[in-house]
Design a protein around this ligand. Structure first.
Ligand code: G3P
Ligand code: CA
Length: 241
């Protein structure tokens, strides 16, 4: 069965990368989550997509210039201003602690292509191990050096390269870096690529699949997972097939 991974949580309906969005994704029946990790000035791992806080909070400036304490003072309600409660930027630890009590899988995307956060891989791995989540985590990044580094540090945790463009034979590339799967943009995941990859034992989890026709196509071709902003919609489509 194709798994449904909630992109930045249930981002279609709730503020992305917040505990609210993650908990609502679980309630909506998602099989797992996708989230983004950056690092603070005091070396803490935090869950936020952009290098800057400007788009998704009421603050300004780079995540790397904030301490965790100061970041937590920001309101991460984002465009969902009608919500009565403020939302905080979660620490990765807060998410993993909660995740450990669920059955969800989780794709942790290391956002270290623009800012090469030193030691990020070790910190993420230590935390995943501390919560005994190694078999439910997939570490991905557009920075493929970083995921290879993660694999070398923790071969028991799955890695997956993010591919924004189509590759001729992405499954061969994945195998060459010891990845058991890859995460392509949905346009780089036509049926032939999905099928050839699965036949080679390589999982394919396209992002960010929000169009109904694409969700339907990827379910029909038995893709390993879809990463989507709307896990509830995806679930309805999966159940209809
Ligand atoms: O993990 C897939 C997807 O999240 C990558 O793109 O920009 O949404 O982090 P982005
Ligand atoms: Ca992401």
């Amino acid at each position: 069965m194709t798994l449904i991974l909630a992109h930045r949580g249930y981002a279609a309906e709730y503020p992305e990368n917040t505990m609210l969005a993650f908990k609502e994704a679980e309630k909506a029946g998602a099989d797992g989550l996708e989230l983004d990790v950056q690092m603070t000035r005091d070396g803490e791992l935090v869950v936020i997509h952009d290098e800057k806080v400007d788009r998704t909070t009421d603050g300004t400036g780079l995540v790397k210039d904030y301490t965790l304490g100061d970041l937590r003072k920001l309101d991460a309600r984002f465009k969902f201003k009608e919500l009565s409660r403020r939302e905080q930027i979660p620490s990765l630890e807060e998410v993993l602690e909660w995740l450990a009590g669920t059955r969800l899988v989780c794709n942790i995307e290391l956002k270290n292509s623009i800012i090469p956060y030193e030691g990020m891989e070790e910190k993420v791995i230590d935390m995943v191990r501390a919560y005994e989540l190694s078999d439910r985590i997939i570490i991905s990044s557009f920075n493929h050096y970083s995921i290879v580094q993660s694999y070398l540090l923790a071969p028991e945790i799955e890695i997956a390269p993010l591919l924004s463009e189509g590759l001729y034979m992405p499954w061969i590339y994945a195998q060459s870096i010891k990845a058991k799967g890859f995460h392509p943009h949905w346009r780089a995941a036509p049926d032939q690529i999905v099928t050839a990859s699965l036949e080679s034992g390589i999982e394919v989890r396209p992002y960010t699949v929000n169009k109904e026709s694409e969700l339907e196509r990827l379910f029909k071709v038995n893709c390993s997972a879809v990463i989507t902003d709307d896990p509830a919609k995806a679930k309805i489509i999966r159940e209809k097939l």
